[in-house]
Write a protein that binds this ligand. Structure first.
Ligand SMILES: NC(=O)c1ccc[n+]([C@@H]2O[C@H](COP(=O)([O-])OP(=O)(O)OC[C@H]3O[C@@H](n4cnc5c(N)ncnc54)[C@H](O)[C@@H]3O)[C@@H](O)[C@H]2O)c1
Ligand SMILES: [Zn+2]
Ligand SMILES: [Zn+2]
Length: 338
């Protein structure tokens, strides 16, 4: 079978390797169909992901069709369209016991810590495979995983109907957060320095658009909320200054959700946090979000296919990554047909 492998930092190839076989009776074999390219795949390619080892088959936004099932598999059958939940946990540490396996001490992500789904065939435990509706096309199914990241942020920020939510960054993740916040009945303002992405966010229902290069973000959020400030702020950029901004634009009793992995320090005065009694939290991967997000996709509520701006074939994987590298303003989600 063919697979998309980062051999070492800077060297991505489509390689030939042996196809995996079912070993455990609770596993399924999947003919992979689609892979979305994510910012974290780019980090692995650049040697900037501390968790990745090389060579590594990448791909965690992946889906395919079941071609074989183990003897103990009950919920899935040959021919089912499925999406992969690309994460494993130990089941024993404090996080796991708290029902938060996404921050397990030993969490492993397929495509990062272990071999991913950017390949023609993959074997997975039944428990990490979610059946999706027959009527969905692969382009849509490829978006389910990033939408679970958005869903987790909405959950962590306790977004409620009528809340004013400010999302910093209209990249694929910020846009997934936008759609999920709108689904929750919130009003949403979103910022980006890329006008094309802002225009797309407007199409997806954003109530207010802010370009920080053209206007003062604090003033604009204040105006948009009639002086109250945002009840929930989601930082989907992850720079030291966006973390500072996120805290500065809050209302009283607000929630601030951070998604970035930057190691640089932000400068924040405690008084602003205490006085407003802010809840500041991280949001990493997802916990139990696949079920509800798959349900939303199945019921055709979302209409999100247009997030995919470019599609490539497996043998064009290098071109697809090159396009991501060039960061054209009109590029949103790039997918590879496997
Ligand atoms: N926590 C998680 O589980 C998780 C999962 C996936 C991605 N992420 C993180 O989420 C972030 C967003 O991911 P993405 O794939 O959408 O990235 P992306 O790079 O495609 O999008 C980021 C967007 O932010 C915009 N931007 C840059 N500076 C800005 C500023 N000062 N104000 C407003 N917008 C600004 C960019 O123009 C771009 O459109 C990244 O930090 C990524 O590492 C976290
Ligand atoms: Zn991703
Ligand atoms: Zn654990």
């Amino acid at each position: 079978m063919k697979a998309i492998q980062v051999k070492e930092p800077g060297n991505l190839q489509v390689v030939e390797m042996e196809a995996p076989e079912i070993i455990h009776p609770s596993e399924v074999k999947i003919r992979m169909k689609v892979m979305g390219i994510c910012g974290s795949d780019m980090h692995i390619l650049h040697g900037e992901n501390p968790f990745a080892s090389y060579p590594r088959v990448i791909g965690h936004e992946v889906a395919g069709e079941i071609v074989e099932i183990g003897e103990e598999v009950t919920a899935l059958k040959v021919g089912d369209k499925v999406v992969i939940e690309p994460m494993t946990s130990c089941g024993e540490c404090y996080a796991c016991q708290q029902g938060r396996p996404n921050v397990c001490e030993k969490v492993e992500v397929y495509g990062v810590h272990r071999e991913g789904g950017g390949r023609e065939t993959m074997v997975m435990p039944e428990s990490l495979v979610h059946k999706v509706d027959e009527s969905l096309d692969w382009k849509e199914i490829a978006l389910i995983e990033p939408f679970t990241i958005g869903a987790q942020s909405i959950y962590r920020g306790q977004v409620q109907e009528g809340d004013h939510v400010f999302i910093i960054g209209a990249g694929p993740i910020g846009l997934c957060c936008l759609k999920m916040a709108k689904q929750a009945g919130a009003k949403v303002a979103i910022s980006d320095i890329n006008e094309k992405r802002l225009a797309f966010a407007e199409r997806w229902g954003a109530d207010d658009l802010i370009n920080p290069q053209q206007e003062n973000v604090e003033e604009q959020v204040s105006r948009w909320t009639s002086g109250m400030g945002a009840n929930v702020v989601i930082d989907a950029v992850g720079l030291p200054q966006t973390v500072e901004q996120a805290i500065a634009v809050t209302s009283v009793a607000a929630r601030v959700v951070l998604l970035g992995f930057d190691q640089k320090f932000s400068e924040i005065a405690q008084v602003g946090i205490t006085k407003k009694e802010l809840t500041i939290c991280g949001s990493r991967l997802q916990t139990h979000r696949f079920g509800p997000v798959v349900e939303m996709f199945n019921s055709q509520q979302l209409h999100v296919e247009d997030l995919v701006s470019h599609q490539y074939d497996l043998n064009e994987a290098k071109e697809a990554f090159q396009l991501m590298e060039e960061a054209h303003p009109e590029v949103r989600k790039v997918i590879i047909k496997l």
